[in-house]
Design a protein around this ligand. Structure first.
Ligand code: BGC
Length: 465
């Protein structure tokens, strides 16, 4: 049909979480199945059992992708769909077939896939063996990653190992807001983040040694960070609180640095008792990102807050308090203050502090809550303003941005918020058996933005950080 544009040269991108069909065709359970089946974990006790039925309705999703004119599509594969017990002992061939079809269909439509290997959904069988807290997880993840490189890497050239290790570690193991729902403040999150770095690095080294020579792709991990700035720009404490906070979120994974030692000693712990150390016998973590993958949603002001808590937690370790600037509008989900210029500043910060890397913005978006508005003008403004800030970062600040992925293709199971928070460019009617998709006004406008901005033609950039 004439409104399908598969040849747009710009790098406007987008991804949707391939979910649902939770027990279909031999998929094993994941920690999000377990978590969302427990009472009181997810808004309205909803779960992802059916979600948007992407497993069944892939061809419809493809039509949506083409209607938007996307050149790239980021999707997350489900570990438990491919390897139901998490190990390569047992491969689910139906799962392999499904992803092969998704990848082939995308390529036939001239849409480049970016694949994320881990997006919050550990196979339950591995959680039962200690999950991300167990050091063995790095080897298990490496086997899974090698399996995916081997199976799909002839066609997939852009890989994300772990999505948002900070969120998995903190929300899953300190705050109990995400699966597996653990509340072990001040310890577990550090171990989990550490093991995620080890897992990522193992997979990167495997790719580098065994797959890159032939497949010639790129591997990174997606780091989430808000833009942070001092509440009082003239106050030295606020400035250092901001630096600490950035180090705890972005820096923790972007360059393994911590500020936790002193706090541990004050509370009678040796630093090693809370902070895991990297072993010299393992493959190095440094230098294991072929590009910088950034998930950005919002910004905060930061002020210092020392000595306020007796309970050791990541928050008390970091000694920084977030404050919302009242001039930043919050028109959708409560945590998402709309600050498009924050992304431009964060991009410059990354350019300056991480040797001018090639950057993909792997997530950015705006959520609607409450009554449904198909004429979602606020989301339209959000995308227009944010993408124009990215354009300024490229043309005026010289930031090496290679691509931008909007979150998300369609309304979805939004983790602990269930279906109450809608990030889609397509609306999904969750009361309809067929999960009817309808393009929001923002989808139409996003398609125009894709045609307007042409940020470069070469996506494959062998430059390393
Ligand atoms: C996650 C997405 C999520 C989005 C909005 C990111 O933290 O990667 O899965 O839906 O934020 O909350």
């Amino acid at each position: 049909s004439s409104n399908l544009n598969t040849t747009a040269k710009s790098i406007k991108l987008l991804w949707g979480l391939i979910k649902s069909g939770w027990q279909a065709d031999g998929r094993g359970p994941s920690i999000w199945d377990t978590f969302s089946h427990e009472t009181g974990r997810v808004f309205g006790d909803q779960n992802g059992d059916v979600a948007c039925k992407s497993y069944e309705l892939w061809e419809e999703d493809l039509r949506s992708i083409l209607q938007l004119g996307l050149t790239h599509y980021r999707l997350s594969v489900s570990w438990a769909r491919l390897l139901p017990d998490g190990t390569t002992q047992h491969v689910n061939h139906k799962g392999v077939q499904y992803y092969n079809k998704v990848i082939d269909d995308l390529l036939n439509a001239r849409v480049t896939p970016m694949i994320t290997l881990y997006h919050f959904d550990l196979p339950q069988a591995l959680q039962d063996r200690g999950g991300w807290k167990s050091p063995n997880i790095a080897t298990l993840f490496d086997s899974y990653a090698r399996f995916c490189f081997q199976t799909f890497g002839d066609r997939v050239k852009l890989w994300i190992t772990v999505n948002e290790p900070y969120v998995c570690a903190k929300l899953g193991h300190e705050d109990a807001i995400h699966a597996p729902g653990l509340k072990e403040p001040g310890r577990a999150a550090y171990v989990v983040g550490h093991n995620m770095l080890r897992a990522h690095a193992s997979a990167w080294h495997s790719y580098d040694a065994f797959f890159r020579p032939k497949q010639k792709g790129l591997v990174s991990l997606a780091i989430n960070s808000d833009w942070l700035e001092p509440l009082d720009p003239d106050c030295a404490e606020d400035i250092s609180a901001t630096e600490r906070h950035l180090a705890f979120t972005l820096g923790w994974f972007a360059w393994p640095v911590t500020f936790i030692d002193t706090n541990s000693r004050k509370h009678g712990y040796s630093s090693e008792s809370r902070l895991p150390f990297f072993s010299k016998d393992e493959p190095p973590i440094l230098g294991t990102a072929d590009f910088f993958a950034l998930n950005y949603y919002t910004s905060r002001k930061v002020t210092s807050c020392s000595g306020h808590s007796d309970i050791l937690s990541m928050k008390s370790d970091r000694g920084a308090q977030e404050v919302l600037d009242p001039s930043w509008p919050i028109s959708g989900v409560s945590w998402l203050a709309v600050v498009p210029h924050g992304l431009r500043r964060l991009l410059s910060y990354i350019k300056k502090n991480f040797s001018d890397p090639a950057i993909y913005i792997t997530e950015n978006g705006f959520a609607q809550v409450g009554s449904l508005e198909m004429e979602d003008v606020q989301r339209v403004t959000f995308y227009k303003e944010t993408i124009s800030e990215v354009a300024k970062a490229i043309t005026e600040d010289g930031v090496n941005v290679r691509g931008y992925f909007a979150w998300s293709l369609m309304d979805n199971f939004e983790w602990a918020d269930g279906y109450s928070v809608r990030f889609g460019l397509f609306h999904v009617d969750f009361s309809d058996e067929k999960r009817k998709r309808t393009m929001y006004h923002s989808g139409r406008e996003y398609a125009k933005l894709i045609l307007k901005y042409k940020w470069g033609s070469s996506l494959i950039c062998p430059k390393q950080l």
